[in-house]
Design a protein around this ligand. Sequence first.
Ligand code: ADP
Ligand code: MG
Length: 233
Amino acid sequence: MDDLHGKGVNVELKNVSRLFQIGGETFQALADVTLSVPAGEHWSLVGASGSGKSTLLYMMGLLERPSSGEVWIDGQRTDTLKTGERALIRNRRIGFVFQNFQLIPRTTSLENVEMPLLYQKVPFRERQERAKVLLSQVGLSDRENHFPSQLSGGQQQRVAIARALVTSPGIVLADEPTGNLDTASSKDILELLEHLRTIHRFTLILVTHDPLVASRAQRQIRLSDGRIVGGEL
Ligand code: ADP
Ligand code: MG
């Protein structure tokens, strides 16, 4: 079995812009963003709705390409790579946690967590073993065979976190991971993410609306109209 303990990875954006064409008009969702998140750090990303937080996270996670500028992961330029190569880096080095969990329905917790390893063609036994370790680390060993619909929101997000971590990613990107949770579950999920970061040592970038959550990060970046307007850069 591979070492489950990942290592934080550096992510760097150089003059990244993202334009959308909407009905003949050009809209700038990100405008000339430059930043470098050192390996293993925990940053938060704040800003009003529509300020470009998700777009920025998708750039870092290679889910989207910039209209201009460069995206570097662990010293490798990625925006110029072919789609397949980008998918490979995404699968092996990046974990995502979304506001709406994005679990596969009618698929058990264990199968959901195994899924990224299936894409890596990891053999069945090892997939199961690793998925079980992660489910235990998020406190859900007794829910391996439950379906998402049988779990609370907080439990579904725990499954999603286990799935994000099962490949030992160097970077974890979380887009308002507590946005659909009540106060108590939100606190649990954040403490879990922080705890897991101390074990797995991944770089964590967390989008949040909550100033208290944001203040727990080592650095806060504030976006407004697609630009960085604040943060201790
Ligand atoms: P946030 O996550 O901060 O709420 P987003 O990054 O989702 O903001 O969006 C930033 C801006 O870009 C918004 O005005 C949004 O409408 C626009 N936008 C995002 N994705 C698209 C898209 N695929 N097509 C057109 N406009 C988009
Ligand atoms: Mg968003």
